[in-house]
Design a protein around this ligand. Sequence first.
Ligand code: FE
Ligand code: CA
Length: 515
Amino acid sequence: MTDPRLNRRTFLQLSGVSSAALALGVAAPIGALASAEADGAQLPDGVFGLGVASGDPGTGSVVLWTRLAPEPLAPDGHGGMPPRPVPVRYEVATDESFRQVVRRGAAVASPELAHSVHPQVDGLDPGREYFYRFHAGRQVSPTGRTKTLPAGPDATFRFATASCQAWYHGHFTAYRHLVQEELDAVVFLGDYIYEYGITAANLWRAGAAVTPEHGVEIQTLEQFRLRYSLFKTDPHLQAAHAAAPWFVTWDDHEVQNNYGADGSRYGVLPEHFVHLRAVGYRAFYENLPVSLSTLPEGPDSTVYRRSGDGELVRFHVLDTRQYRDPLPVDTADQNREDRSILGAEQETWLYDGLAGSTAAWNVIANGVTVAAITTNRTDQWDGYPANRRRLLDAMRTTSNPVVLTGDIHKHVAAELKADFTDPASATVGVELICTSIASDGDGAPTDAYTPDWVRHPYVRLYDGRRGYVHVTLTRDAMTSEFKIVPWVEADADAPLATVARFVTPAGAPGLERLA
Ligand code: FE
Ligand code: CA
């Protein structure tokens, strides 16, 4: 019997590709793959069932992603793939018909990483649109569109923010509209999946049905993989990934509701919780277009990162879960000067990156609400007031800081004050909180939480329906548009509406509402 596995030693002999890059699905010597094509030819049909994606664009680079899964909902979480490595080739072109291919490469999709690949493509031109696709055996993936960040200050940069996609609560109608926007990027702010068991009680997505293995709360790597697969079966989500590069960070539900560092809110001991975190972080890496720098080592994974060395925009992507101090035990603890939601290392990294930025706009992708709303909301930055003061101070050292937030399943626009105890203090930046894609179902313009938010003069908008935020940046101004769909539970047919538009002039932080 012949060993169907690829001969890794052959690869290594043929090129300078490191064994780590090979094993981790980042790069492989393209010439060595010819002999493996016959191997790929035996794959089940439909290996690109989870689509394609790109992410973390820089001015000259982007990460490409796919995960082979001919049967995404195979109950064992393996996506219908045989348990062996499979070679994947990719090509990047300047045109959609791939007549002008500018990069080709290869990577190995290994079962250890759920047959995902994360090749990084370098040497691209700034501010340019590219198209990419993958090949496995004789199968060709759908084509993805991506774009590099602009280098000079004179571009117009358009992106959307999204978060909280509880697939079982509704249709991804917002993505159906988002893909029409021809965006430069999408920023995803957490809760890409939810870990809860899906049962008749929470399955509000009309027409959807799930088999019993989806009914349990997630505990294993295979269950996490299956959950990502289930959510990714939504065609509008796949289309949104294929339409633009994404910056992705996580919030709590990629592991467990409201966790912090190694602390579970459900009494799981830290010794056990780190196992859950390890498999949750690993499945996040496997399923999203993030670079090798995010590959977890055990329960640790570096998700905070920066992108953009051009003059228009720099993205600072934060992790507000992994390093946070535990919930405060009392008010004195909550107000402790050394209390941190980012952790000391990430704080230093962020403040250095803000102060050292030469970009006109500094966009901070963040999980939970920064603006002061109520001291009872200790899961947000309200639980970390000293860290918030340090962040607000650091925002004064940089050009046009903008915080993007998810988590609350509502649209909120807020001005960030130098001192939230003094509403008359200077505005140092703005916070654009995007509502959920589907979590909490249809929603309504106002709800029981509205008064908590709108009582603050610096909160300029509240809306409880589903949707996304559309942002346009030029050297002179930022325009933010809050988009909603009136329903998501019944079907994916709801039209798109804009509930509010704001302008933030460069050099004049604040939100000027447009009609
Ligand atoms: Fe959420
Ligand atoms: Ca959350």
